[in-house]
Design a binder for this molecule. Sequence first.
Ligand code: AHG
Length: 283
Amino acid sequence: MRKIFETIKAVAFEIDNAIKTEDLGYSDGENSSGEEQLKLDVQSDLIIEKAFANVASVKALVSEEKEGVLELSTTGKYTVCYDPLDGSSLVDVNLSVGSIFGIYEGELEGKNLVASAYVVYGPRIELVIATKEGKPMLYRAVGSEFKAVGEIFMNEKGKLNASGGTQQNWSSTHKAFIDKLFNEGYRLRYSGGMVPDLHQIMLKGGGLFSYPATSDKPNGKLRQLFEVIPFALMYEQAGGEAINHQGMRLLELVPAHPHDTSPCFFGSKSEIEALRVAYGIAQ
Ligand code: AHG
C-alpha cells in the first residue's frame, strides 16, 4: 500500500504541472458517460496509468476516462479506481480541481474499499489519505515533497451547505431541506468541483455536501467507484457520515457497472441526521 500512496504523490506533481502548462482544449473523444473529454482529462489519465503500470501490488485500474477494467497483472492484490481530473471543466476559469483514488481489494464494491486518497490542485497542492484505521491525514506539497500537516476531524455540526444539480430539477423534499438549512444560518459554499467542495467542508469542521437524485438525473451524477465511495471513507473516518437518499451508507454500495452513479450526501453527524428527518429515512 505504501508504494500506491507514493505513486499517488508522484502523479500529483505531474498532473499539477500539466494543469499549469498544457493546452486546455477538447480531445476528439468522449468518456463512457458520454461527456466530452478535455485533453487534460486524457493526459491525466495517461499519467496515472503509466505510473501504476510499475506497481506490483496493483492488479487492475478502473478510470472515469476509460470504459472497462484495465488488467495490469495477475499477481497484484488491489484495484485502483480513479477519477484523474475531477472538475476539469473548471480549469479554464482557474478554479481548484482534483484527482480521486479508491483502492479496493476483491470485488469492486463499497465494503471492499481499503483506502482512499484525493489531491486538490489549488493555490497549493494538498493530498488527503484515509484508511480504515484512524483519521484521514492531510499532506501539503512543499517543494517537490508532501509534508504531513495533521489529522482531519469533523465537528458534530458545521456551518456550510453545498448542494449540486440543477435546482429546477430538485425534488420538493430536497428543496425544502436545503432552504431550511439556509434559514437556520448555513452558508452556501459550492464551486462545482466535488474535491475542493468536500475538502472545504471537512477542513472547516463540517456542514453538508449533497448531490441528490434530480428529475433529469434520478441516480445522481457522481460515480460510485471513483467519487462517492472514496469520499464516504474520508467522511466516516473524519467523524462524519455519508449516506444515499434512502439512508444507506455509501460504503455499502454495490455498483453493477464501473460507471454507475448514486445520489450522495456527505456531512457532519448533525446535518446527516437532519437529512434523515427531512427525507423521512430516520433510522
Ligand atoms: P466535471 O468533471 O464534468 O466538471 O463535473 C464535476 C462534478 C463534480 O466535481 C461536481 O461536484 C459536480 O460535477 C457538479 O455538478 P453540477 O454542476 O450538476 O452541480
